[in-house]
Design a protein around this ligand. Structure first.
Ligand code: IPM
Ligand code: MG
Length: 355
């Protein structure tokens, strides 16, 4: 029997509640597949700061690097917002991504037919949307030097090197090959030199993928097109900051940010997390939607563990749960048969997998 070691980082706010449901679902799927999970918990974020004085203890990096994959909840909260920047939960997460070398962040946005009325957009605009934002995650404006601030000035730098663009472009083209074979690369080449390099390098790499159709779009237009006609997109290839913004926008196509998973992959180990944050205002109430985290666990099976069949089982169980009308509160107005708690949704999904 195969054994997978999974590092579990629950984090802050609703992190622990949603991770518990994903683990419940992983156990259900391993019980009917030929493998086992061994979990090891590690600290990151505000809770790590409170317990150790460091939002990313070294032990967390070690545990993660010694695992087959990392399943992560969310970090952050008002409580830590006034700390020095390097002590803030967000800095822990950014350092974590960098240490693990996860340069490619995959953020799928799909519209479940069962929730077609949940989006603020018209059903005709969003029916059948199935796109993937491929976001560069450890470079660009988030990490560029110089950066700093003094009393009257604050500055950050958007830098990309040829090699950073090359590896994320390959990732986007390879993913497009498994999908509808279209890549739209997002930039601001009409203004930024860094974007012109981005555009030139992506165009060069595209020559290696003759079957994939490449287009380029300015980021402001992309923000507009995502709302006007999201079905035109298959893979959207972006730098760090543009992908951060556009993936939140894309998540709203599906009706709730509580539905969308993400995978962060690189040369070492993958990190799987919902795209939403730690929602401290609803932490502990049992009303958070665990589906984004459960879908992230499915991406973990697919991308890090090569267990596509098990991932399919989870995806089918999520769909069935929505089809049968089980909803957490965020989706209660949309054809709900029953409004369920966080743990009830987890149990329903786990149960559909076992049967
Ligand atoms: C995300 C988040 C993070 C980011 C924050 C919490 C640092 O918004 O994963 O999209 O900006 O990357
Ligand atoms: Mg974000």
């Amino acid at each position: 029997m195969k054994n997978y070691k999974i590092a579990i980082i629950k984090g802050d706010g609703i992190g622990p509640e949603i991770i518990d449901e994903a683990v419940k679902v992983l156990d259900a799927v391993s019980a009917c597949s030929g493998f086992h999970f061994k979990y090891e918990e590690a600290l990151m974020g505000g809770i790590a700061y409170d317990m150790t004085g460091n939002p990313l203890p070294n032990e967390t990096i070690n545990i993660s690097l010694n695992s087959d994959a990392v399943l992560f909840g969310a970090i952050g909260g008002d409580k830590w917002d006034n700390l020095a920047r390097e002590l803030r939960p967000e800095s822990g997460l950014l350092r974590f991504r960098k240490e693990l070398g996860v340069y490619a962040n995959l953020r799928p946005a799909i519209v479940y037919d069962e929730l077609i009325n949940a989006s603020s957009l018209k059903p005709s605009v969003i029916k059948g949307v199935d796109l993937m934002v491929v976001r560069e995650l450890i470079g660009g404006l988030y990490f560029g030097e110089p950066k700093g601030r003094d009393e009257d000035k604050g500055w950050n730098t958007m830098v990309y090197t040829r090699s950073e663009i090359t590896r994320i472009a390959h990732q986007a083209f390879q993913i497009a090959m498994t999908r509808s074979k279209r890549v739209c690369s997002i930039d601001k080449a009409n203004v930024l030199d860094v974007s012109q390099l981005w555009r030139d390098v992506v165009t060069e790499i595209s020559a290696e993928y003759p079957e994939v159709e490449l287009s380029h779009m300015y980021v402001d237009n992309a923000a507009m097109q995502l709302i006007r006609d999201p079905k035109q997109f298959d893979v959207m290839l972006t730098g760090n900051i543009f992908g951060d913004i556009l993936s939140d926008e894309a998540s709203m196509l599906s009706g709730s940010i509580g539905l969308l998973p993400s995978a962060s992959i690189g040369s070492k180990i993958g990190v799987y997390e919902p795209i939403h944050g730690s929602a401290p205002n609803i932490a502990g109430l049992g009303i958070a939607n665990p589906i984004a985290t459960i879908a992230s666990a499915s991406m973990m099976l697919r991308y890090s563990l090569d267990e596509a069949q098990a991932a399919d089982k989870i995806d089918a169980a999520i769909k069935r749960t929505l089809r049968e009308g089980y909803r957490t509160q965020d989706l209660a107005q949309f054809d709900a048969k029953e409004v369920c708690s966080t743990s009830e949704i987890g149990s329903i999904i786990a149960n559909y997998i076992s049967k």
